[in-house]
Design a protein around this ligand. Structure first.
Ligand code: UT7
Length: 330
């Protein structure tokens, strides 16, 4: 085992399915309206995967873009982590299916399930593997097709989620690109966001299907309050670990779940609005893909420049929370 190494992100990529579902489209499906959705969530539209498009498909497309951006060949990748809550199947891991699709024949592969915080968990996990010298590089992908797990008759959830994927390639580097991370779990609030049936607690049966237990269930209001409190906590703690403060942040990328959550968080953290990256009006909540899609867009739009301090922070089912601080040294 080599001594601890510095790690940086050397490439990013994202993929959004073509099909758009607007708030006006949703008005025809459930008892809702554009005004309610836009003012309560900030979402105007979301993208929905095709019937024959699964999570490994969107993940693979984002992965190939990240590899191209990183100028690295698939066979050079040592590790693939897919963060998802909507895997193709219970097993094999979606990461194995991605490996097959992109021909990353030398990679280790596993999925990471940490709600919408999955990508932050995956970034921190891959960072540790590379920092210890166990692997030279890693491909991490946040990918979802939650549209397949949402009850399209439940207005409490179906208006929120969208499909997509975002990826990053991490590599050992002379200069530090990942400065610190902070991950937290809160299993005592396991019932706030869940998909109750289809596995060992409630195996699929006629009854579970009739009761719609194979769809996402959420107590949105309770999640809202905890999200702000705990994302503030992990952001402050992560910045503190690398002796930085909120004033040092050049680009803040929060989980794209609800504009009111983002506004409340930036208000309590006292981060200037022009430093906060928001794209949820176009994509809705893409869960584990959210901050990775946002990171890729922020970089491609020139909102992140060399030397910038970037913070990603997220929350989700579990509950889980996490933040990571990057110095952009691409
Ligand atoms: O990635 C983590 C995933 N989870 C989240 O991000 C969830 C975080 N929570 C939220 O984003 C918000 O709590 C929601 C957007 C889910 C809901 O917003 P809210 O302001 O907390 O609304 P509410 O649940 O308190 O509902 C207020 C009212 C209710 O009507 P009454 O009881 O006041 O008459 C709901 O029935 O709004 C009603 N409502 C709707 N009305 C029109 C709920 N959903 C809708 C809808 N359209 N789609």
């Amino acid at each position: 085992m080599k001594s601890m190494q510095n790690v940086k992100i050397i490439g990013t990529g994202s993929y959004i399915p073509k099909k758009v579902l607007t708030n006006e489209d949703l008005e025809k499906m459930v008892d809702t309206n554009h005004e309610w959705i836009i003012t309560r969530t900030g979402i105007a539209e979301r993208h929905i995967a095709e019937d024959n498009e699964a999570t490994s498909d969107v993940a693979s497309k984002a992965a190939l873009k990240a590899l191209k951006d990183a100028n690295i060949k698939p066979e050079e990748i040592d590790l693939i982590i897919v963060a998802t809550n909507s895997p193709d199947m219970a097993f094999p891991a979606t990461a194995c299916l991605v490996q097959k699709n992109i021909k990353a024949i030398n990679a280790a592969t596993f999925d990471l399930q940490a709600g919408c915080t999955g990508s932050v968990y995956a970034l921190v996990t891959a960072w540790q593997y590379i920092a210890t010298g166990f692997y030279g590089n890693a491909l991490i992908i946040g990918a979802e097709t939650l549209s397949k797990l949402v009850d399209w008759t439940d207005r409490n959830t179906c208006i929120l989620f969208g499909d997509g994927a975002g990826a990053a390639v991490l590599k050992a580097n002379k200069e530090k690109g990942i400065l610190s991370g902070c991950l937290k779990g809160d299993g005592s609030n396991d019932d706030l966001i869940m998909l109750p049936a289809g596995l060992s607690r409630n195996p699929a049966s006629h009854e579970t299907v009739e009761k719609k237990m194979h769809y996402v269930k959420m107590k949105g209001n309770e999640v809202f309050k905890l999200a702000v409190k705990h994302m503030k906590r992990t952001t402050v703690e992560t910045l503190g670990k690398c002796n930085l403060s909120v004033e040092d942040v050049d680009c803040f990328i929060p989980h794209q779940a609800n504009i009111r959550i983002i506004s409340a968080l930036t208000r309590v953290l006292k981060i200037k609005e022009d430093k906060v990256f928001v794209n949820l009006e176009k994509y809705g909540n893409t869960s584990a893909a959210s901050v990775m899609i946002a990171l890729d867009e922020a970089v491609k739009e020139g909102k992140i420049k060399n030397g910038d301090i970037v913070v990603l922070t997220s929350f989700g089912a579990g509950l889980t929370y996490g933040s990571i601080v990057l110095k952009w040294v691409k």
